[in-house]
Every structure is written in structure tokens, then in C-alpha cells.
Design a protein around this ligand. Sequence first.
Ligand code: ADP
Length: 555
Amino acid sequence: MSKTLDRPLFNPPRSGHFWKFDRSDQSRQQRLYDIRFTLLGAVMALIVFGIDTFTPIESAIAVLYVVALLVSSDALSRAGILAAASICFSLCLLSYALTHGLNGDLSTMLRLLVSLSAITITAALLLKNDAARRELIESHAETARGEYRYRSIFEDSRVAIWEQDYSRLRAYLRSLAQDGVVDIGHHAATTEGFVATCAGMVETVAVNDAAVELLHAASASELLGPLSKFIPDGDIRFLDVVHTLFNGGRYVKAQGSIQAVDGSTKSVLTVLKFPDDEAALRRVVVGLVDITEREQTHAALLAAQMELARAARISTVGVVSASIAHELHQPLAALTVNAETCLRWLETDPPDLAAAHRAVERMVSDAERASGIVKSTRTLLAKRPASAETVDAVALIHQTAGLLEHELRRNRATLRIESVGNVVHVGIARHELQQVVINLVTNAMQAMNDAGSSNRVITILISRSDAGKAWIEVSDTGPGIDESHLNKLFDAFFTTKADGMGMGLAISRSALEARGGRLIATNNQATSGASFLIELPLAGGAERASTKAAEQFEL
Ligand code: ADP
């Protein structure tokens, strides 16, 4: 593929000159050809003139000027054709004047008229033909200029660009639709190797230098052919492209990974637009932007954040343990003393049952005090200094999803955010709500991962209840929650994971309750996964009675 085209593409026909093309651009051979045909036309016109004037033949011989015009017209411009027609016209009149003078009879005058009409009509047709040809050439030149501009952009762009043929994939997806496939996401999750099959049907037909550089190839030819060799196994982001094509969408902006020729993996942002015209699917322009560095920085930042959150949790646990130990020390010590006292009263002879009874009563109240302390621990956890702000829940959740992107990709999970209404404002500290959502999404990812779920979708639905509350429902397609665990899920230190701490849900619920909200767990009948409902008062919202939440979450 030529990199640049530095000569003018095309010189359109010139008007105002007698020659059709700019002579300076003509090849020598073309020029000789033009001169030859013009001379031939001129000689023919002179022969016709000679026969018409100097022989006694009485016929409309002058009509043959038309042949002279036709022969030379190929080399002449508009002005040239007009000039040639005028010369033939004049020769015709001159011949008549020389032959008949003013004594021409009706038949000779009619012959003259026929000849002049033939020349005029031929000249008019030649001019019309010339105009049509000029128009055609101009439109061809415009197409060529457009192609030239596109090629220049394609070749010189610093953005990696591929031209790919999607027609085979389109036909395959259409056949799936005809076979009754409606949800391509579900079909992909249940069909082994679906992504690789689809990627194998997309052929790369051209690439620019930036793409060669991006994928560490030695030449463009290494990148041509099926796309599958560049899509790492299991990169489900290519599904976004398949999804769009299947559903008749036009634009795709997807983040994913691509495998370079040397085996390294690059994070790329892919942008493409499917054309309206089916035939143009053979050359779909796909832009790739390398975001590997940005992703690495982001991953490092996220890891640091996670580490911080973990440290914060551990220190919270430490504080809580110390506080529990301190608070429990006194009632437990009193319990021991009262138990020993009780034993002593029972060991006397005869045993003092009344005194033993009083000691047991004191033991009961000591135990109740200890239990009260354990119960109030959750409230203690919620005593946070942060003050509530008015938080746009929809925007915050979109932001939080950005933080989780890397983890989601690592766990091969898709996060869908849906909202009923544009804005839902809640009163809470931003980081608290963010932490709760991160906890719930992380749990969902872990549950789906541990269960080896093939279809891993987490949906966050943000809406308002009729009672003036904000609802944020996080549901997944994992194994769900064991019925026997539902009532202890929020207990501190309850966990079913080998390395779990069992604090995430306890802390989340306490944080929400401190803001007048709730956290409710249930199993989602539709997806058979778990569903967690965050309920928070709307910032400044009036409350109205509602039974919906109760119905859905069996409160
Ligand atoms: P941890 O994650 O350390 O176990 P959590 O308090 O966050 O602590 O979770 C407590 C338990 O709740 C988990 O061990 C798990 O059994 C259960 N759980 C939480 N989220 C889910 C979910 N999305 N699906 C299934 N079980 C879950």
C-alpha cells in the first residue's frame, strides 16, 4: 500500500482551449494521437470541400463534414468543437457561393439546408456528449480525491486503524437469529468457544503503520487474516462487538485486551461503527487506542485502595476486639465471682439455697449485660465521624463501577447498571456508600467465582420506592445464599469462606443503619443468585407508605 500520493490525481478537461486536455500533462504518444486525428478531420473537411466545390456531383455531399467533425471531436475541447463546426459551416456556405452564387434553385438550397442542419445537430450532440463526459470525469475525480484523503488519514494516523471484513460474522449471527437465538449473551455463556468462533469469522484486510507498531509486528502482512489469533482466550469484551452486530446496533466503544505478535497482552479501547450498507461490512474501519499504561496505573491504584480498605477493616476489627474485651471483662469477672459464691452457698451444710438463688440471679444479670455489650458492638461500629452529604446515587455508582472495572475483568464478570429516573439523591457520606457497594459487588464476584458460574452478571438497579426511599439493589447470577445462612449473614464474623473475615456485611449494615437505612438480603428467584437491597432515605425526600419493599424482600 502506498504511503503517500504526492502527484495530482487527475486533471479535469479544460475549457477555453481547443484541446481537450492540458497539453503539458499529456504523454507524447497521446499528443501525437490528438494531432493525427485533428489533421485527419481537417483533411477530410478539405476533401469534402473540394468535391463539393469542384466536381459536378449534384448531391448533399456537404453532409460528410459531419464525419470530419466526428473524427476530430475526440481530441477537441468544447471551444475546439465549436470552432471546427463553425469552419465546416463556413466551408459549406463558401462552396455553395462558389458553385451556385445567387442562382441556386430550390433543390440545391434544400441540399445546403440539409448539410448545414446536419453540421449543427452533430455539433450540438458532440457538445452534449462532451458535457456528460466532463460530469462523469469530475465525479470520478471527486471519488478518487475522497479515496486519496481517506488513504492519507489511514496511513498517517497515529491511531492504530484496522479494516476488517464483518460480512461472514453478520451472516453467522443472522443464521443464529433464524434458529431462534434471542439473547446472544446467554447463547455465548452456554456455547463452548463462542467468542473464538466469532473472532475467527472476522478477517483483517488492511492495517496502518500505527497498528503494526502497536502489535509489535514486523510488517502489515503479519496482522492480516482471522482476528481470532489476536483475541486472548476468554476475553469476553469482544462479545460487546458481537452483541452490537447481533442486535443491529451501529457504534461500539469497548475496552478489552488484544494479543500482540510477540505474545504480550495489550489493553485497548476499540471504537468502530458498522455501516448502514450491508456491502460495506466488508471494510469496517476499526480504531484501537493503547491504554495499557493507563490500565496498569489504574490497577496499581486500585490495589493500593483495596489494601487500604483491608487495613482499615483489620484495624476496625482490632478496635472492636479491644473494645469488646474491655467491656466484657467486668461482667465476665462478676459472673465468675457470683458462680464461685453460689457454689460456696451450695457446699455449706445445710446449703443456703436463698443465698445461692440470689447469686444465680446476679449471674443472670451479668450474662445479660455481656450479651448487651455484644449487641451494641454493631452500633459502635457505625459511630463514624463522617457527616452525611447529598450524594447522587446514580453518578456515584457509575464512578464506583469504574474503580471495579479491573477486578470485574479479572473475574470475567459483567456489571450492568440500570436506573429508573435520572437522579436519586441520598444522605450519606460518599465513601460509606461506595464501600458498601464495593463490598456487595466483591462478594458477588467471589460467590460466582467460587461456584464456577459460567454466566457472571451483576446488576445494580437504582430506583425510588413509593415510600420516598432510595433503593439500590445489587443482584448476581451466582449460587445464591443458603437458606439456613440468611438470618446470620449480617452477624459479625459470620463467613463461609476459608479466608473470609465475616465483617463486610456487618459493617455495611451498621453504616447504613446509622444513616437511617437498611440492608436486606434475599435470593433472587429470576437469576437464582443473591440479591442485596440497600434502602436509604432520599435526601430531603418525603416518605409515603409503601408495601413494595415488604413484598419483594419479605420483610
Ligand atoms: P466475608 O466476605 O469475609 O465472608 P461478608 O460479611 O462480606 O464476609 O459475607 C458473609 C458471608 O455472606 C459470606 O461468607 C458468604 O457466605 C455470604 N455472601 C455474601 N454475599 C454473597 C453473595 N453475593 N452470594 C452468596 N453468598 C454471599
